[in-house]
Design a protein around this ligand. Sequence first.
Ligand code: ATP
Length: 474
Amino acid sequence: MLGNSNGASQVEHTTPVPAHAIRFTTPVVKTPAVFILGRWLWRFLAFLASLPVRFPLSVASAGALVGSWVLWDWVGPAVVCTVAVVGGLAWRHWHPSTFRRWVTLRALALVRGVWVYRRHWQPVLVVSGLAESYLERQYLPRIRSVKCSEWADRVRVKLVPGTAPADFEDRTPQLAHGFQAPACRVEVLGPLDLVLEFPRRDMLADPIPALPVPDSADAVDLVALPMGRCEDGRTWTMRLHGTHVLVAGVTGAGKGSVIWSAVRAMLPAIRSGLVRVRAVDPKRMELSYGRTLFHRYADSGEACVELLEEAVADMQARADAYAGAVRSHTPTTDDPFEVVVLDEVAFLTAYHPDREVRRRAENAMATLTSQGRSVGFTVVAALQDPRKEVMNLRNLFPDKVALRLDEASQVDMVLGPDARDRGADAHLIDPAAPGTAFVRLEGSKTPTRVRAAYVSDADIDAMTADEAGGEGEG
Ligand SMILES: Nc1ncnc2c1ncn2[C@@H]1O[C@H](COP(=O)(O)OP(=O)(O)OP(=O)(O)O)[C@@H](O)[C@H]1O
């Protein structure tokens, strides 16, 4: 053992190793069979006792069947079955959502729990390197429960003490392939307690039409603007007031749909003057279409910088007015919520030929993003290439939306250091599904897959036509 062998040597676990002159080990005690059998029996009884809580419907049905058979022979179960089938059909007809939640999804969880997860658990975990060995015994993380939602299976797992969720986060591709799911995401619930989420179907496969415009300015919630859908079917809402948002994605990834969904969700407030949008549109494609909605609009390099500097001056004037008097901004028509939308921000920070324009644009953006939040100024910037050379102000944007990206390494640049480990595979988003993105929703460390609603040219026409009508009437 002390020789010059380079290969791994097998060490008997009781043999002292050089670092430990004396090593204490717990004595190996042969457990009498009666204790092992007693433990199995105890576990079996505990399992039986937990059944009515875990599967109330199934236990009640089984109880009714057995009870009716004892009381009325074969007529009893026949009547019970008929009543159950008729009752089930009526339930399904009148309350399909509760029937699905209480019966269909629970039955599905039972079947998939046994057939997909418990059946393949050991081989998949051993092969993917998640089984631990200690003193020649193998320890596997334990499945606590399997639940099915509309779109995904959630497998709750108890980890082996001494291991960490990062071990699972590193092996999400192996787990996804191992359980034949399109993806796997890890959610940590507590010490040694995590959930593996395996999507069953893609709720975001079909494009989402533009969401309805809120009825009135009062209905506009600037901290939860409806933008599209999350992969679990909930509405994706995005905060704008009190933050700044960076939207990154390759060309054609759908940055326009994120920007326009936000503008659409604020439309009544824009009309009533509670929100003002300043648009910087160096590509002259995306925002020019709806320019009548904007308080200011600029497309040439010089004009864009002037717009940004004007926004900085307004922000500083408001900060002066607030100093010592107001601590947080509430939108009013005198002090509206100001949104600066920048499409392809790299044009100003990296690609513009004039160095002075680049410098002024960066300074203005840095000032707006570092000081604007509390006085009601927000920057929404869209970007194709998130690398530092192109945009070194990334970190001044608290909220980020990662649409389809070119490379895996760009995911963490946009969403933060551990986003890819937690399943945000923005580089693998299907090019045929523009508008699909990963975001970190407020209060959640786990990135969520979302899809922005698609605001078509016709929708923008309708938005601007109403605006023109509104102005005319005014
Ligand atoms: N949310 C969406 N749902 C469905 N289709 C979309 C969505 N967003 C965009 N598309 C489709 O993808 C095309 C490209 O979208 P868009 O112009 O918004 O991409 P982009 O990221 O802004 O690209 P670029 O950087 O070249 O301007 C659109 O013309 C539209 O057909």
